[in-house]
Ligand binder design. Structure first.
Ligand code: TV7
Ligand code: ZN
Length: 402
């Protein structure tokens, strides 16, 4: 039966969180993370007329208490008080404390150079409060039972740890959101799926000893690719009574160059088995768009359809679903992908031609098409699993069968 809100329009199943202040955040001129991509995404969603099919809701900034669901209070207080002015005033103690939390310029032991993955930027605390506030509000919207799918493309910052920043992520909004889902009392088990090109290490670590959360990460692996963790042998399980075990984490390492065909030989079957074994009550999905073809940092080669197929497969299980952003460094590709995935969440087909709108020019290199093509190397060749993929799927399935 259709529910009616009294105004003659159908109740919406999808809610969307976007805070315009996030899009003005500047990681620095040469940094690859460009928060402006979330406002490009919204502009495209508007241009396609998708805003009428979901509720756009306000973001209440996450409080210190909210963020302490995932982080040490000392780290949170340090983040709150950290400003570029103080940091750059060269107060030695401030810089040393920052380095401890992986903030600002940090000496990297592996590469023997100074890195600035997590720069001390203007309005840093406000940024953290807002992107985490979006994910938290989205989690609460699902827990209330009012919405089936909640979206926060500004979230998905999967590398931040309890006591330190990492990989462009200052606070871990995903851990906050999952804890809120569990604390809400409606959900006993939450499945976390991560299709960002990088390993979801921060979320994995937060829940590796928690049998209520299973984390599953699909990511590029090998060589020096960040963060170098997440091999298929890195699994986790806890005793589950009656001599059984309960898996707590699964990793699906992928070789550079993995495109739609091989990706989906792994994704569908693994998620299907995970669903059967774990039987979650809700799903949190990190939809990092750096796994798309042509990304500036990663070397996986998903098409927009291939990436969105992951969302549509997961949506197909019909559980409350939290969709989050993450990486994605070729910003026109990112906006195309997240706009299309918003349409998938709503359940609407949208045309390939990018409608006339303010950011039109950004899409020139993709011929103003949503479904852009990146050097059309034969996708058939990529359909056959390599021996490494077969070993990976065997390891993952064996782990799930225990
Ligand atoms: C979720 N790759 C985050 C992914 C985080 C990746 C890294 C950079 C990078 C940082 C910059 C910059 C960059 C061109 C790319 C070991 C290093 C080697 C870079 C100087 N340009 C997500 C984090 C990753 C910062 N870090 O999963 C300022 O690339 O590989 C590393 C560490 C030290 C840093 N150097 C690379 O997608 C949101 N950083 C330019 C300016
Ligand atoms: Zn990434």
């Amino acid at each position: 039966p259709c529910h009616d809100d009294g105004g003659g329009t159908k109740q919406k199943n999808v809610c969307y969180y976007y805070d315009p202040r996030i899009s003005y955040v500047d990681y620095g001129e040469t940094h690859e993370m460009v928060p402006h991509r979330v406002s490009m995404t919204l502009a495209l969603i508007k241009a396609y007329g998708l805003l009428d099919d979901m509720d756009r809701l306000r973001v209440a900034p996450a409080t210190e208490e909210d963020l302490e669901l995932a982080h040490d209070p000392e780290f949170i207080r340090f983040l709150r008080d950290l400003t570029p002015a103080d940091y750059n005033a060269d107060a030695k103690t401030q810089r040393e404390a920052a380095e401890k939390y992986k903030l600002g310029e940090v000496w990297n032991e592996l590469t023997h150079c100074v890195t600035n993955d997590n720069p001390v930027i203007e309005n840093l605390w406000d940024y953290c409060q807002r992107y985490a506030g979006g994910s938290l509000a989205a989690a609460r919207a699902l827990a209330s039972g009012r919405y089936k799918i909640a979206i926060n493309w500004s979230g998905g910052m999967h590398h931040a740890c309890k006591g330190k920043a990492g990989g462009f992520c200052y606070v871990n909004d995903i851990v906050v959101a999952i804890k809120a889902l569990l604390d809400g009392g409606q959900f006993n088990r939450v499945l976390y799926l991560d299709i960002d090109a990088h390993h979801g290490d921060g979320v994995e670590t937060a829940f590796m000893e928690d049998s209520r959360v299973l984390t599953v990460s699909f990511h590029q692996f090998g060589g020096e690719f960040f963060p170098r963790t997440g091999d298929a042998v890195d699994v986790g399980e806890l005793p589950a009574g009656d001599d059984g075990v309960c898996p707590t984490l699964i990793n699906v390492p992928l070789q550079a160059g993995t495109r739609d065909g091989r990706y989906h030989q792994l994704f569908g079957p693994i998620v299907d088995r995970v669903m059967a074994v774990f039987e979650p009550d809700a799903i949190v999905m990190q939809c990092g768009a750096d796994s798309l073809a042509g990304d500036r940092l990663a070397s996986l080669g998903l098409s927009v359809r291939g990436h969105a197929k992951c969302v549509s497969i997961v949506k197909g299980y019909g559980l409350p679903l939290l969709l989050l952003g993450g990486g994605g460094y070729t910003i026109n590709h990112v906006a195309s992908c997240w706009c299309y995935e918003t349409a998938v969440a709503i359940g609407k087909e949208i045309p390939d031609d990018i409608p006339q709108h303010g950011y039109q020019n950004y899409y020139k290199s993709q011929g103003y098409k949503l479904h852009y093509h990146k050097e059309d190397s034969s996708s058939r060749k990529n359909r056959d699993m390599r021996s490494k993929d077969k070993i990976t799927i065997d390891k993952v399935m064996n782990h799930l069968d225990r």
